[in-house]
Design a protein around this ligand. Structure first.
Ligand code: GLN
Length: 305
């Protein structure tokens, strides 16, 4: 398996030149656009790696999957989906315009920024610190990594420049979707996006979802199979933003990407996958990471369809 992964990394390395590192969050622009790494963890807990699998990056939008789980654990499904919908948008991940058309009463899904901010507002705790600490504990548990922490530089950079997210937060408050203090919710959101991970960490989270909400190593059940299914379904329909349809056809793996360059894959009952390549396509997905997943899917017959 390591040989297969190594070859797939070499085959896709050229693609890194086709993308651009995100720079709308200034601290992200420091990543090396040529980095490319992958990790697979299978149901026997075998770990296979290749390339820059141990480089650190911020989890960004991949965090939306875990925040959604905690929001459902805290509030139940009915309450969460009264605040956020279940439909793909076809718009960019940070689009604000559907919120303002008056046609919708809540963000369309929890994988776009507006929906994720609504979800983060539902995480329980006495303060933004406490709410974030609860979320971080869940990340540490399901990634089997007690050392996960926030990259303070990225967090501060995002907090300083995240004006569009801030605007969406206030719009959501105005719509009656977001309860409580907007700045506190944004603080939880900016911190969750700035958690630093590597390919092994996100492969472990993918494995946890592939294993229906139970930590494989310990057997500890964290969320019901039903909730794990909800998350994986959102990954299929909305996980790759407005490339999700094409990705489902070409790759067929429930996946969630982030502008830090990561993509997390969860192949039900088979494996978790973590990919990192910070050069992004125009929709914000890792361009070479997409290629790695496409090749892996073909080679190992991973499409769920
Ligand atoms: N923190 C990023 C933002 O809010 C997350 C977006 C992403 O990864 N697509 O813009």
């Amino acid at each position: 398996m390591n040989k297969i992964l190594e070859r797939i990394i070499i085959d896709n390395k050229e693609l890194t030149k086709k993308g651009k590192v995100a720079d709308y969050i200034p601290a992200l622009s420091k990543a090396n656009p040529e980095d490319l790494g992958v990790c697979i963890i299978d149901m026997n807990n075998n770990i296979y790696t290749a390339g820059d699998y141990d480089k650190k990056f911020t989890i960004q939008s991949i965090s939306k999957t875990v925040a959604l789980m905690l929001a459902i654990m805290d509030n139940g499904e009915e309450k969460v989906f009264s605040k956020v919908g279940m439909e793909p948008t076809g718009d960019a991940f940070n689009s604000i315009y559907k919120l303002e058309t008056g046609d919708i009463s809540k963000p369309l899904n929890p994988m776009i920024n507006a929906g994720a901010i609504a979800v983060s507002s539902l995480i329980k705790g006495g303060s933004s610190e406490e709410r974030f600490e609860r979320l971080l504990s869940l990340f540490r548990k399901i990634s089997s990594n007690d050392n996960l922490k926030v990259n303070e530089e990225v967090y501060l950079s995002e907090k300083r420049t995240g004006n569009k997210n801030r605007a969406m937060g206030y719009l959501l408050k105005d719509m009656g979707v977001l309860e409580g203090d907007v700045e506190e919710t944004l603080d939880v959101y900016f911190r969750q996006c700035s958690i630093e991970v590597d390919c092994i960490d996100i492969a472990n989270i993918g494995l946890f979802l592939a294993n229906s909400g139970t930590i494989l190593k310990t057997g500890e059940n964290i969320v019901s199979e039903h909730v794990a299914k909800i998350v994986k379904t959102f990954m299929v329909t909305c996980g790759m933003y407005n490339s999700s349809g094409e990705f489902a056809i070409r790759v067929g793996i429930p996946a969630k990407s982030g502008v830090g360059g990561g993509i997390m894959g969860a192949v039900p009952r088979r494996m978790g996958i973590g990919v990192y390549g910070p050069a992004l396509d125009e929709r914000g997905n890792s361009v070479a990471g997409y290629g790695v997943l496409r090749d892996l899917s073909r080679e190992l017959n991973l499409s769920i369809f």
